[in-house]
Design a protein around this ligand. Structure first.
Ligand code: HAM
Length: 426
């Protein structure tokens, strides 16, 4: 029979690696909650129209990468390719804009894009993101950027850099579009077929092209900063001022526009040196018209998403660190014969209920094999239980690291182990 394997572009996360993930997720949650962001959970799939309207119909994501299907009931559904649009849908649907507009959310979970899998790029990947809704304050743009930077730093990502730009607003972008349009027109013969199409349908998507020949042309296009209107320029100056005080490696990337249509003003990406081609560990920016475009009032917002798979990859080789993060069994109970196994199991449950991480063998192994298993499970102590121990209510408690052994009364076992572990800490 043919073996069923994980679908291309997806992967399993096994222990101890799953504990490196938990660690990174904990850093994300702790730092965001410290900054006042609260968790929101939205469904993994949404009506397709949500992404078409927000990300933009002519973007790579919507044109080529969405997992879209029709349900048995005839609905057009898409597995979320990102989590900003679902968060805004939830914000509107739950009438949060009517209950005091300003909100700060964070989210964490899988997203799906049908991309060509390679190191750092998968079809199911995981994002952590924040969205601050209801303020145009440039200090808020800076807050999100610094938060993304601090999370990546706290996780231990090496070789971080921030790439920053402003893509202006509805007032100043048309002028820039005019300037770029004329130039792109003259470069058309040197651009790829996709860019030719993009130039006609959604000009700024030309900037997203990764092809080397197109990148050379893009580098010759005028930067947007000269076209920014005064309020956009002032806004961007404030963002830069604050960011430069707290982020030690940053640069302006005048052609950074980000591949999603909803952005306005500040846009940014965080890269990690060691990651090679897929070096963007996160990105974000301001999106002041998205809520309006989804049918709500005009409420400004700003946020970012980090790619957790790429953060984990940047921490590699993280296997040693992952092992050290995996939970340890405190005590492994080793009954010497079948007739004392039930007694050991009772003790196991009592220890667990008193808060001790306790385990035993469930395959009726020999004592020698049980001791090997205790060692493998990285237990701190092993407690051997035989007939004599059962009759006199004690165990022989051995500390595996030091080899020290002592007799401990069963009623005092939990307290004794806690004491020994405390002694180890001081
Ligand atoms: P994005 O740049 O499309 O932005 O994705 C954010 C991050 O998700 C990327 O920088 C990357 O680390 C990770 N990522 C994206 N696609 C993949 C993939 N196929 N495999 C592995 N990792 C991937 C957004 O999604 C916006 N919603 C961010 C945002 C939030 N903007 C404002 N608020």
């Amino acid at each position: 029979m043919k073996e069923i394997r994980a679908v291309k572009g997806t992967s399993d996360i096994l222990p101890p690696q799953s504990y490196l993930w938990q660690y990174v997720e904990k850093v994300c949650r702790t730092l965001s909650e410290r900054a006042g962001y609260l968790e929101i959970r939205t469904p993994i799939f949404e009506e397709t129209g949500l992404f078409e309207r927000s990300i933009g119909e002519t973007t790579e994501v919507v044109e080529k990468q969405m997992y879209t299907f029709t349900t048995a009931g005839g609905e057009q559904i898409t597995l979320r390719p990102e989590m900003t649009a679902p968060t805004m849908r939830a914000y509107l649907e739950n009438n949060l804009h009517k209950k005091g507009a300003f909100r700060k959310f964070y989210y964490i979970g899988p997203s799906f894009r049908y991309e060509r899998p390679q190191a750092g790029r998968s079809r199911q990947f995981h994002q952590f993101g924040v969205e601050a809704i209801g303020s145009k304050d440039p200090l808020l743009d800076a807050e999100t950027i610094i938060l993304a930077w601090d999370i990546a730093t706290e996780c231990g990502v090496p070789g971080l850099s921030l790439h920053l730009n402003s893509i202006g607003c509805a007032e100043c972008r048309p002028q820039y579009r005019k300037t770029v349009s004329a130039q792109v027109e003259s470069f058309l013969p040197s651009l790829c077929e996709d860019c030719g199409r993009r130039a006609k349908r959604n000009l700024f998507r030309v900037f997203d092209c990764k092809k080397e020949t197109c990148r050379k042309v893009i580098a010759k296009l005028p930067p947007i900063d000269a076209s920014l209107c005064l309020p956009c320029r002032e806004q961007f100056e404030k963002v830069k001022q604050l960011v430069s005080r707290y982020v030690n490696k940053w640069e302006i990337d005048p052609h950074l526009v980000r591949g999603l249509d909803y952005y306005t003003n500040t846009v940014y990406e965080l890269t990690a040196e060691a990651l090679g081609a897929q070096d963007s560990i996160g990105g974000g920016g301001r999106y002041d018209y998205l809520i309006r475009d989804l049918g709500g009032p005009e409420i400004p917002a700003v946020g970012f998403a980090l790619g957790l798979d790429r953060i984990i990859l940047a921490l590699s080789p993280g296997s040693q660190r992952a092992s050290s993060l995996q939970p340890r069994t405190t005590v492994f109970l080793a009954p010497v014969s079948e007739d004392v196994r039930e007694f050991a199991c009772d003790l196991l449950i009592r220890l667990r209920r008193s808060g001790i991480a306790a385990d035993m063998d469930f395959e009726a192994k020999s004592l020698k094999a049980q001791l090997r298993q205790a060692d493998k499970s990285n237990a701190r102590f092993v407690a051997v239980i035989g007939q004599e121990e059962v009759q006199n209510s004690f165990v022989k408690l051995k500390e595996l690291a030091s080899g020290k052994e002592e007799k401990v009364q069963i009623d005092a076992l939990s307290a004794r182990m806690s004491q020994l572990m405390l002694d180890e800490c001081v």
